[in-house]
Design a protein around this ligand. Sequence first.
Ligand code: F6R
Length: 361
Amino acid sequence: DMGGHDTYMHKEIFEQADAVDRVLRGRIDDRFSTVHLGGLNLDAREARQIRRVKILGCGTSYHAGMIGAQMIEELARIPADAEPASEFRYRNAVVDPDTLYIAVSQSGETYDVLAAVQELKRKGARVLGVVNVVGSAIAREADGGMYVHAGPEVCVVSTKCFTNTTVAFALLALHLGRTRDLSVRDGKRIIEGLRKLPAQISEILDQEEEIKKLAAEYAEAHSMLFIGRVRGYPVAREASLKLKEVSYIHAEAYPASELKHGPLALIEPALPTVAIVPNDDLLEKNRAALEEIKARSGRILAVAHQHQEKADQTIVVPKNEDELDPILMGIPLQLLAYHTALALGRDIDKPRNLAKSVTVE
Ligand code: F6R
């Protein structure tokens, strides 16, 4: 049942405010400015012993994991990174007993992720699952974890589950932070930011008509570049994947800081750039990148917290706490991918060559 929407992708994009409400529900502890995550099976002493965090997932779940790693490193000051589970499995990685491994999966059935979890467990590592489908193989195999409560996701491409997974990681980062050196004040600040998310998501989705107009323009592109820096980079990666999957337009994501080391050679009027430009301490750096592109006659669409002069168009999104901004900044680009695909007459809920869960090697 699509509840009045023409596709599941559209329905699921518009369910995101409610979905985020669900992942937050019952977990916030205002008294200690932290969150309760009962299913982690990790007591405070064990949490303090973690020396590193390694997050594993595929596709969109990997991108959510990249955002999660940054949040954990920023809020809990534990070195953290994300890696495609498929790569991790095959490189005979060193498995370290002081590292917390986290497997991320919407379906909980992705074979490469499951195999990574099994290999880790065989070597005695502690593995948590951040999973959407309750009772799925990865959820059962993990030592503990959290459900992201996005609800059933039918469209082959992931939208609401991505958003909920990033929120789940914010909760985990806050929880780990508050077992360590994150102050009560910062804990409160993050909780207030989390509570603002559902209304801010609705505000973004209210801009659908304007985004649809932009999409009509970008549907003519043969290729697009997505750039972002630090917090904006995984957002660019995910937006680029979404556009490729549903519109079949070639897209590439690059760290904005790496432009001058190669991709600038591609810039010309026929290659539009989508730039993630949050109002954080890197704003001036990002503006300089826009200038570099403009000087080479590149067309720019910025996703930012305020109008960007160097961009041809700006989608303005509401500002949250710096650490939580990545949760919101990709949402207008889900709509851009959607409307671009619609303008091109693509089979949005079932893109060619793709399956909802990849249970083979
Ligand atoms: C992207 C997409 C895929 C999945 C990937 C992992 O829109 O649908 O990239 O994200 O196959 O799937 P899960 O999260 O089920 O492990």
